[in-house]
Write a protein that binds this ligand. Structure first.
Ligand code: SF4
Length: 243
């Protein structure tokens, strides 16, 4: 049985994308190959020897974890049938621990639907576990926002594979380049122009959105010209001040 590294586990309202507003179990995986400049979960980027279960009182459990510890975390969080609308497997990058992820998915300890939140670059890893996932939330990373290298080819292959189950998030702010929005749009179009796309304004440290309405409308227009389902949705969990 494969063990893995978590950063935290909690129950909260989904604040992003297609399932916004649903109450979900969140399992945040530790470790990520990227370093996006806007990353709002820096504590999840590296693996540590413990993770936090945000129960009524925070509980610290040791890493690496196996099924028993994940089961224990769900008990501490009082997960019952009907109490949550599925699980969000988030990070970090869950696919960077694909053996552990596969163990979890095969175990039956996770409620459904199973939502995978991913940076959308690890295509081989996705192909291993895609049949056990219900929905894929794929980030399409624009270099002008992330400060990272470009991942166009990786994103292309990843989205083609995940297309039937995917929606796409594209983070935007004043620095977002229009050329990159055109490129991102063409990648989605090639995979299927009905795939829902969420433009998600980046927030600053005070949780204020860092894009003006005019710029947002311009970027929306680029995407909407080619795609059928484009929406602007900010991170609602930050407005609610929940995890
Ligand atoms: S991919 Fe996600 S977790 Fe990794 S650095 Fe970027 S925003 Fe943070």
């Amino acid at each position: 049985m494969e063990k893995g590294y978590l950063s935290e586990a909690f129950v909260s309202f989904q604040g992003e994308g297609l399932h916004v507003g649903r109450r979900q179990l969140f399992l945040r995986f530790a470790g990520c190959p990227l370093r996006c400049r806007y990353c709002d979960t820096p504590e999840s980027l590296v693996r540590t020897n413990h993770f936090v279960v945000h129960a009524d009182e925070p509980v610290i459990l040791p890493n690496p974890v196996g099924l028993r510890e994940v089961q224990r975390a769900t008990e501490l969080l009082d997960i019952r049938m009907g109490a949550v609308d599925g699980v969000a497997l988030t990070g970090g990058e869950p696919l960077s621990q694909v053996d552990f992820l596969e163990t979890l998915l095969l175990s039956g300890v996770l409620p459904r639907p199973r939502l995978l939140e991913t940076a959308g670059v690890l295509t081989d890893e996705l192909s291993r576990i895609l049949s056990y996932i219900d929905v894929v939330s794929m980030d399409l990373k624009l270099p002008s926002n992330t400060g990272e290298t470009q991942f166009w080819e990786e994103h292309e292959g990843f989205l083609k594979l995940a297309a039937d189950k995917a929606y796409v998030k594209i983070l935007v702010d004043e620095q977002t380049l229009e050329d990159e929005m055109y490129r991102a749009t063409s990648i989605v179009q090639a995979a299927g122009n009905r795939i829902p796309v969420f433009l998600q304004p980046i927030t600053d440290r005070r949780n204020r959105t860092a894009i003006c309405p005019k710029r947002l409308a311009t970027l929306f227009g680029i995407a909407r010209t080619a795609l059928q389902d484009v929406r602007v949705v900010p991170q609602t969990h930050k407005m609610l001040q929940v995890l």
